[in-house]
Design a protein around this ligand. Structure first.
Ligand code: TYD
Length: 141
């Protein structure tokens, strides 16, 4: 399943008087096989995370607790997503510059990723990213 656009995916939720449960299953709620899961927490007020793109890695980002903002930029346009529900995931395709900001106190960002950690997959320079995105559009790759 290939999804080109960053978008919100609604995750299954099981409401119960004992509390709620949501689930992410690979190739179902998340459109890729899961290689890795990490989470970002204890972010001091005003800090930003991310600020890079991946060449191959695709992600689903969930605000497990609290709230934060994810800005995605495909080299042509920029979108902002406010995540504050643990049953919404933001799908971020490869080749997109993304940044997480405006973390509320005690927020936790869960990230489910399609690739193992590989620093060589990162594009960390914005100018380099713009050139990469332009080339990707030109070749349609
Ligand atoms: P990084 O991806 O640069 O964080 P962010 O984009 O949120 O600012 O990762 C921060 C540190 O954690 C860096 O030293 C690499 C390490 N790291 C891993 O070892 N494995 C991982 O899967 C991730 C995401 C990071």
């Amino acid at each position: 399943m290939i999804m080109d656009e960053a978008q919100i995916i609604e995750l299954p939720k099981f409401l119960d008087r004992r509390g709620n449960l949501s689930v992410i299953e690979e190739l179902d709620a998340v459109p890729f096989a899961i290689a890795r899961t990490y989470w970002i927490y204890d972010v001091p007020g005003g800090e930003k995370r991310g600020g890079h793109a991946y060449r191959r890695n695709r992600e689903l980002i969930v605000a497990l607790s609290g709230s934060f903002v994810v800005t995605v930029d495909d080299g042509v346009s920029r979108s902002t997503f406010h995540l504050n529900r643990s049953y919404y995931g933001l799908y971020v395709p490869a080749g997109v510059w993304r940044q997480l900001s405006d973390f509320s106190t005690n927020s936790v960002a869960l990230v489910v990723a399609s690739e193992p950690y590989d620093r060589a997959d990162y594009i960390e320079n914005y100018k380099q990213f713009i050139a990469y995105a332009r080339e990707k559009r030109r070749t349609g790759a």
